[in-house]
Design a binder for this molecule. Structure first.
Ligand code: DAT
Ligand code: MG
Length: 151
C-alpha cells in the first residue's frame, strides 16, 4: 500500500561525506514521502539491538564500532513498496556489487563503509522504526503531490 514505511539511515561516513542531502533527494524525487528525520548519536546498546540478527557474524564488533564513529541521520520514508524499492535505491550491501545509479554504487567501495542503511522488509522496518523513533516523532500528512505520483 502507499502507506508502507521503511527505516532509512545515513551512516557516520555518509554524514561526514556530506551525502545527507543527496540521499534525501533521491527518495524525494522518486516520490516517497519523508515522515520522520533526526540526527542522532545512539548508544552501543542501541546499535547492538539494531543489528542483533548479525551478532554472531565475525564483522559484528567492527560494524558496531563504525556505527558509533559519528552521528547518524535517521529517517522514515513512506510510500508504495517503500522497503523493497528503498533497498533498490541503496544498492547491494557490498558496494563493489552495487549498480551505478544506486547510492552505494555511486558513492562507496568498502562493505564496511557503505554509507546508508535500509530495512530489508516490512517486519524489520516496523521493529527498526520502533527502535529509532517515538510514535509522536513520525508525522501523518498527505503529500500535496500524492495524486501526481499515484494513479
Ligand atoms: P544491509 O545493510 O544491506 O541490510 P546486512 O544487514 O547483511 O546488509 O549487514 C548490515 C551491515 O553489516 C552492512 O550494511 C555492512 C556490514 N556487513 C555486512 N556483511 C559484511 C561483511 N561480509 N563484511 C563486513 N561487513 C559486512
Ligand atoms: Mg540489513
Amino acid at each position: 500500500s502507499a502507506s508502507e514505511q521503511t527505516f532509512i539511515a545515513v551512516k557516520p561516513d555518509g554524514v561526514q561525506r556530506g551525502l545527507i542531502g543527496d540521499i534525501i533527494s533521491r527518495f524525494e524525487k522518486r516520490g516517497y514521502k519523508m515522515v520522520a528525520a533526526k540526527m542522532v548519536s545512539p548508544s552501543k546498546e542501541h546499535l547492538e539491538k539494531h543489528y542483533e540478527d548479525l551478532k554472531e557474524k565475525p564483522f559484528f564488533t567492527g560494524l558496531v564500532t563504525y556505527m558509533l564513529s559519528g552521528p547518524i541521520f535517521a529517517m522514515v520514508w513512506e510510500g508504495r513498496d517503500a522497503c523493497k524499492t528503498g533497498r533498490a535505491i541503496l544498492g547491494a550491501t557490498n558496494p563493489l556489487a552495487s549498480a551505478p545509479g544506486t547510492i552505494r554504487g555511486d558513492y562507496a567501495i568498502d562493505v564496511g563503509r557503505n554509507v546508508c542503511h535500509g530495512s530489508d522488509g516490512v517486519e524489520s522496518a516496523k521493529k527498526e522504526i520502533d527502535l529509532w523513533f517515538k510514535p509522536d516523532e513520525v508525522a501523518k500528512y498527505k503529500n500535496a503531490q500524492f495524486d501526481w505520483i499515484y494513479e
